[in-house]
Design a protein around this ligand. Sequence first.
Ligand SMILES: [Zn+2]
Length: 279
Amino acid sequence: MPTVEEAGRVFTDPTAYADDERFHLACALLRSDAPVHRVEVEGFNPFWAITKHADVMEIERQHELWLNEPRPILGPAVSDEQQRQMNMTIRTLISIDAPDHPLMRAITADWFLPKSLSRLDDRIAELAKRYVDLMAELGGPAVHSGVVTRGLPGVGGRYTAEQVAARQWNDQLTYLFKLSNEEIIDGGKGGNATRHLNHSCNPNCEAVEEYDDAGRLELRFQTLVPVEAGDELFIDYGLTADDGSSPADYPCRCGAENCRGTMLDLGPEAEPHPGLVAR
Ligand SMILES: [Zn+2]
């Protein structure tokens, strides 16, 4: 059984959040022995741990007494200081108090009442299915602008479908990364080290598309299995040849048990998805 002091430290110890038994044991002890407990741990500004539901609700109701600002989220002292220096440029509902909070809350509060949400059930189910399907599709053989890209005129690595069509491509083999929105990334121009990832039919990495803060589609490479320092990273190129080449023109010798013998994507003609194209 931990002491009350030890129990209070679960809130500042990341490993405690991955150990349900330890975390709930600590909270149970705090609820019974110290339901309002001041935690003082090195690296954190002191805070009160409130562990009884009734107390939490009581605090929630007293907006004048209990404030959200300036520390709405528990974090290390260094991040408190960063927040302070940033002057709270991002003001969300959980980080602001009256008079702004009730005004901003009133804008959308009705939308999230159970009655309002129940009207959206069908639409939510439809959207959920669409995006889960999309994720499943993106999780398939995905790729990267590996290998060599060379001899392309101009600089900068990103083209729209129109720019690709208008561009004079030279005769040398060029691999480009095509996104599901038809944009093209040329990893050899203004790219980075990920362009050196080689192909494997049994890859240890995959490319994932995601939108950045500006709403632009970006690529992220993530591992599919644990890798050791020094391991070579591979992705499945899932290559598309836009000149109608046969699979034999892009042979694969990766040696994987499930090697399909070609770097071309042999999957069914599916919805737009990210993958390499050969030009
Ligand atoms: Zn292979």
